[in-house]
Design a protein around this ligand. Structure first.
Ligand code: NAP
Length: 422
């Protein structure tokens, strides 16, 4: 085991996941990998250990094991090392390829920039994948939550989240304003007085690699469609380009495996050939209402960063809320699984919140390792536990006759269920 880190807790056993071949995506996964874990801020100290115990149990039940490497970011890193995101944390995740994290707090307004965004950018984890499916027994605000089975692919490195912005009242923002008004000719567009300005880059490179990931996933998992979500009617040169570049990938790179919705209707009378994926597009505001009204017609969604953030939270609400919604940041041959929810500081350290979101994020990580049977065990055990009425406070307040348990007790119940199922 490598010992070249100062600011992480290196386990004594286990091996790093590596690439089968440099430059390829395929992983060489040992039976006992080292997996870096960031508990994170706020409720991270509650849900992190819960996820560890469940994922370890699923690994052991299928003849493997996991050695956890504790790595630090956010408050814990500030306390221990006086910095928010030590280089060792980033390097450990880079080297070990497969990692999981809890939430990290980002103060609104001034202060440091988002550590989540920094991690995604430093490791080039350009896809934020958020599967949204319903588990039996989870209460939902909609009448048919089972209709939801979507996988959201959100671009993770650009758009207004790229961090190119200038604060009102600074010389820099006035310089940008005068460039926009005087040099570029938008002289009546920005109101007089203080202004904050941000830039929204959407590149061909960033769009195409994200759309490729979504189409590849759809083809590999037998999904029928990929929908490009954009606001290209208004933001023609950014979100409109996202749609056009997305269609270019579909047209130029997949032969007969991928067809557009127009071709489906114009040339095939709406009959989709087997083992193909149809690519279509929807405007983001329309899509937000279609999520509710035509839920079962959507499969895989691909979208720019901001649309993806809003839309996946809205979709998550339909299947039971933030306590349940999992996610993962994926690059080429690298994954950092993380729940959709934040650090919920008011509940920090109370052993109270729902650990399902990070446990199910770990399920994505297990799938990425190729440990399908362990991943299925996790899903089934979580579903059975919830269906039996053993739930944390967030679900208990919505169901009749449920038994409210602590975060750690819920995790223990899931581990017991894994042992029973295995
Ligand atoms: P939040 O932390 O997700 O919490 C909002 C509410 O969602 C909570 O008050 C709680 O609702 C519910 N919730 C969240 N996680 C839950 C869980 N595991 N179990 C049960 N209920 C859960 O959102 P926020 O308050 O807007 O953000 C707090 C901080 O987190 C901010 O600094 C934000 O920047 C950061 N954040 C980080 C990430 C990340 O690290 N990826 C993501 C989002 C936000 P009730 O009180 O109604 O029960």
């Amino acid at each position: 085991m490598s010992q070249h880190y100062d600011k992480v807790s290196v386990p004594e056993e286990g091996e790093a996941v590596t690439l089968v071949e440099e430059g390829a995506d395929e992983l060489d996964v040992p039976d006992h990998p080292v997996v870096p874990i960031i508990y994170g801020d706020g409720i991270g100290v509650d849900v992190g250990p819960a996820a560890q115990s469940v994922l370890e149990a699923a690994a052991q039940a299928t003849g493997r094991d996991i050695s956890w490497m504790r790595v630090y970011a956010g408050e814990s890193a500030r306390e221990m090392y006086g910095e928010n995101l030590p280089d060792d944390t980033v390097e450990a995740i880079r080297e070990h390829r497969v990692a999981i994290k809890g939430p990290l707090t980002t103060p609104v307004g001034s202060g440091f920039r988002s550590l989540n965004v920094a991690l995604r950018k430093k490791l080039d984890l350009y896809t934020n994948m958020r599967p949204t499916y319903h588990l039996e027994g989870v209460p939902s605000p909609v009448t048919n939550p089972g209709a939801m089975d979507m996988v959201n692919f959100r671009e993770n490195t650009e758009d207004v989240y790229a961090g190119i912005e200038w604060e009102a009242g600074t010389d820099e923002v006035e310089e940008v304003r005068s460039f926009v008004e005087d040099t570029m000719g938008f002289d009546d567009t920005i109101h007089e007085g203080p202004v904050g300005i941000g830039i929204k880059p959407i590149t061909e490179f960033g769009t195409k690699r994200l759309v490729r990931k979504a189409i590849d996933y759809a083809l590999e998992n037998g999904r029928d469609s990929v929908t490009l979500i954009h606001k290209g009617n208004i933001m023609k040169f950014t979100e409109g380009q996202f749609r056009d570049w997305g269609y270019e990938v579909a047209d130029e790179e997949y032969g007969d495996d991928v067809i557009t919705e127009d071709t489906l209707w114009e040339e095939r009378d709406g009959e989709q050939p087997e083992n193909t994926v149809v690519v279509n597009d929807r405007i983001a505001d329309n899509m937000l209402q279609q999520l509710l009204t035509r839920t079962d017609q959507y499969d895989v969604l691909a979208m720019p960063n901001l649309n993806g953030d809003y839309l996946s939270d809205a979709a998550g609400a339909q299947i039971g809320g933030l306590g349940i919604a999992p996610g993962a940041n994926i690059g080429d041959g690298r994954i950092l699984a993380e729940p959709v929810h934040g650090s919920a500081p008011k509940y920090a350290g109370q052993d109270k919140v729902n650990p399902c979101a990070i446990i199910l994020s770990g399920r994505i990580m297990l799938e990425y390792l190729g440990w399908e049977n362990a991943a299925d065990l996790v899903r089934d055990a979580v579903e059975n536990t919830i269906s039996s009425g053993t739930v944390t406070y967030d679900l208990e307040r919505q169901i009749e006759g449920g038994t409210k348990v602590a975060t750690s007790e819920f995790a223990e119940a899931v581990v017991d269920e894994i042992d029973r199922l295995a």
